[in-house]
Design a protein around this ligand. Structure first.
Ligand code: NAD
Length: 429
C-alpha cells in the first residue's frame, strides 16, 4: 500500500488545489456520514498500487525524449481495476491518484463489478505526430504489461486519448502475450470488439442525468438553455444529444476559446465545422467569440463543464448563473464552490454520477467481449440508461434520507458499498 504522504508534492501557486487532497476530503466526508471505521478509512484513503514508468520515445526528428507514464490502481475490492488513460500537459501523479479513487466510487455507485484506476502521460497530444503518439502509447503499454489485463486492470479512453490509442494498446498487449486479447481495453474500435454506443456513452449519460434532474424540477429538455465547456469526446456528444432532445446550446468552448449564440448553436453544423478545422470551433459562422472564463458565468439553465478539474472555484462561484451544474468532467467544481452553489439552491449533479455513462458502456463492452455476443446499439443504450436512471434515483433517495447534498449522497453510496465489500472480504492476512 502506498502512503498518501509518499505521493510527491506538487508545485503550489496560492490558487493551487491539490486534486488528491480534494478527493480525500470527499472520502472523509462520506466516511464521517457513514460513521466508517477508522481502519477502513485508512485503507480507502490509499491507492493499492502506484506505478510510474519511463517512456523513451524517438521523435520524428530523430531526437529521443523520455516521458513519465503513470498508472494508479486505487482499489480492486469489487473487481478488476478500471479507468481511463489521460494525455494532457497537466497530468501529475496526484491528479491520476485522485481520478483513480473517483473511479472506485463511480463503479460502486453504478453497481458495476470494477475497482478504480487511472493512467496518464503529461503531454499535449496536439504537439506530437500520429507516429510519435503511437510509439508513446505502445511503449507505455509494454512498460505496464504485467499490471494490466482483462482480469487485472482495463484501461479506456480519457482526455486526449480515443479509440485509436485503445487499438494500439490492445495490439501491443496482444503481441506481447502471444494471442489477441480484446478485453484488455474498452472504448476500442468496433472492428476489434468495441461496443456500439461507446463513443457517445459519456455524453449520453450526461444528457440522461440532466433530463432526470429537469424532470424532478417539473421541466423538460425542450428549450432549456445549456452552456458546455469542452467540445471533445464528452462535451461534443452531450451537445449533440441535448440538441437532438430540443435543448438550446447557447455556448461551447475548447482549450482555444469559446463561442456564443444567443438563439442557440446548430450543433451538427458545429461538429462538422470542428471536424474540418482540426477540432477548432473558433470562427464558427454566426457565433460570437467568448473566453472560457466568461462562458462559465453566462446566464443559462444548465452549465456542463466537460473539460478540466477545478473550473468552478471560490473565485468565480458567485458569478455562476446556471440552475443546474452537471459535472461531465471529473472534479470541475471544488468542494467549497459546491457548498456555495448548493446554498444558493443550484443543483450540482456530481461527476461520479453525471459522467458514469462511459464506464457503464465500457462494462457492457467487456461483458459482450467475454460472452462473445455483440448487441445492437439500441440494446446497449437501453441497458446503460437503465443503470444510469437507477443510480440517479438511488442518489436522490439517499440525499433525502440522509439530508445531504447530491455529491455526499453519491459518495456515501459508492464508498459504503466498497467498505461493505472490504468488510465482508476481510483483511489479508
Ligand atoms: P477530450 O480530450 O476529448 O476533450 C476535452 C475538451 O476540453 C477539448 O475540447 C479541449 O479543447 C477542451 N479543453 C482543454 N483544456 C481546456 C480549457 N482550459 N478550457 C476549456 N476547454 C478545454 O476529453 P474528454 O474525453 O471529452 O474528457 C473531458 C472530461 O471528461 C475529463 O475530465 C475526463 O476525465 C472526463 N470523462 C471522460 C470520459 C470519456 O469517456 N472520455 C468519461 C468520464 C469522464
Amino acid at each position: 500500500m502506498i502512503s498518501k504522504s509518499l505521493l510527491p508534492l506538487e508545485a503550489a501557486s496560492p490558487a493551487y488545489i491539490c486534486p488528491y487532497d480534494q478527493a480525500c476530503s470527499y472520502l472523509e466526508a462520506a466516511a464521517k456520514e457513514l460513521k466508517l471505521d477508522q481502519g477502513l478509512l485508512e485503507i480507502l484513503s490509499h491507492p493499492r498500487k502506484v506505478v510510474t514508468v519511463s517512456i523513451p520515445v524517438k521523435l520524428d526528428n530523430g531526437e529521443v525524449r523520455v516521458l513519465p507514464g503513470h498508472r494508479v490502481q486505487h482499489s480492486d475490492v469489487l473487481g478488476p481495476y478500471k479507468g481511463g488513460i489521460r494525455y494532457h500537459p497537466a497530468v501529475t501523479l496526484r491528479e491520476v491518484s485522485a481520478l483513480a479513487m473517483l473511479m472506485t466510487w463511480k463503479c460502486a455507485l453504478l453497481g458495476i463489478p470494477y475497482g478504480g484506476a487511472k493512467g496518464g502521460v503529461p503531454i499535449d497530444p496536439k504537439r506530437y505526430s500520429v507516429g510519435e503518439l503511437e510509439r508513446i502509447t505502445r511503449r507505455y503499454t509494454s512498460e505496464l504489461i504485467k499490471d494490466i489485463g482483462p482480469a487485472i486492470d482495463i484501461p479506456a479512453p480519457d482526455m486526449g486519448t480515443s479509440a485509436r490509442e485503445m487499438a494500439w494498446m490492445m495490439d501491443t498487449y496482444s503481441v506481447n502475450v502471444g494471442h489477441a486479447v480484446p478485453g484488455v481495453v474498452t472504448g476500442k474500435p468496433l472492428a476489434i470488439g468495441g461496443s456500439r454506443g461507446r463513443e457517445m456513452a459519456t455524453g449520453r449519460g450526461v444528457m440522461i442525468i440532466v433530463r432526470e434532474a429537469l424532470t424532478d424540477r417539473g421541466q423538460s429538455l425542450v428549450g432549456v438553455r445549456v452552456v458546455i465547456q469542452g467540445f471533445g469526446n464528452v462535451g461534443c456528444a452531450a451537445a449533440e444529444l441535448l440538441y437532438q432532445a430540443g435543448a438550446k446550446i447557447i455556448a461551447v468552448s475548447t482549450g482555444a476559446g469559446g463561442i456564443f449564440a444567443q438563439n442557440g448553436l446548430d450543433i451538427p453544423a458545429l461538429k462538422a465545422y470542428a471536424a474540418e478545422n482540426h477540432k477548432s470551433i473558433v470562427g464558427f459562422p454566426g457565433a460570437i467569440a467568448i473566453s472560457n472564463a466568461d462562458l462559465l458565468t453566462l446566464s443559462c439553465d444548465v452549465l456542463i463543464p466537460a473539460a478540466l478539474e477545478n473550473q468552478i472555484t471560490q473565485e468565480n462561484v458567485h458569478q455562476i448563473q446556471a440552475q443546474i451544474v452537471a459535472e461531465a468532467a471529473n472534479g470541475p467544481v471544488t468542494l467549497e464552490a459546491n457548498q456555495l452553489l448548493e446554498a444558493r439552491g443550484v443543483t450540482v449533479l456530481p461527476d461520479i454520477l453525471a459522467n458514469a455513462g462511459g464506464v457503464v458502456v465500457s462494462y457492457l463492452e467487456w461483458v459482450q467481449g467475454l460472452s462473445y455476443l455483440f448487441w445492437d446499439e439500441e440494446r446497449v443504450n437501453r441497458e446503460m440508461e437503465h443503470l444510469m436512471v437507477q443510480a440517479y434515483h438511488q442518489v436522490i433517495q439517499q440525499s433525502k434520507t440522509r439530508q445531504v447534498n447530491l455529491r455526499l449522497a453519491a459518495y456515501t453510496l459508492g464508498v459504503g458499498r466498497v467498505a461493505q465489500a472490504l468488510t465482508v472480504r476481510g483483511l489479508y492476512p
